[in-house]
Ligand binder design. Structure first.
Ligand SMILES: [Zn+2]
Ligand SMILES: [Zn+2]
Length: 148
């Protein structure tokens, strides 16, 4: 049983995560840079069934990646614009929740980085973290080998 909860800036959207996350990671890809408007996105991955939303309905923006042709769905508060979660065409049973929207982000341990090859040049990775050049799962479904 997880005690993780969070919400958007204005408080009109709240959520609880009912089970411990599968993974927490930081993604340095260009999509995450553009979408967050900053250097990277930190998020936790969980199954859809473990996310309990309350309050207003999330608004969805659908983005089609030019790189792999699949769709990404960004879910945000229509009132304050905070991105709460992302869903993907590739992993429809999962979603990722933005770590910064948690009430207490210190409850989640993070040691995985993806898309290091697109990271801002000043980003330094902690020595004991696991770093992937691109996604941790290859296009053919096999696990990628970390570069650190
Ligand atoms: Zn809001
Ligand atoms: Zn990304």
């Amino acid at each position: 049983m997880s005690k993780l909860s969070g919400g958007c800036l204005c408080g009109n959207i709240r959520y609880k995560i009912l089970k411990e996350p599968l993974l927490a990671y930081t993604c340095h890809c260009r999509f995450c840079q553009k979408d967050t408007g900053t250097a990277h996105r930190s998020a936790l991955a969980t199954l859809n069934e473990y996310v309990n939303l309350s309050g207003n309905e999330l608004k969805v923006y659908t983005y089609k990646s030019e790189e792999h042709g699949r769709q990404l769905y960004k879910n945000f508060c229509p009132d304050c614009g905070t991105t709460i979660s992302l869903k993907t065409e590739r992993f429809p049973e999962r979603q990722v929740i933005m770590l910064g929207t948690l009430d207490d982000p210190s409850q989640v341990q993070l040691s995985t980085h993806m898309f290091a090859e697109e990271a801002f040049h000043w980003v330094e990775f902690p020595k004991d973290h696991i770093v992937y050049a691109r996604h941790r799962i290859n296009e053919d479904g096999t696990p990628a080998s970390p570069i650190n």
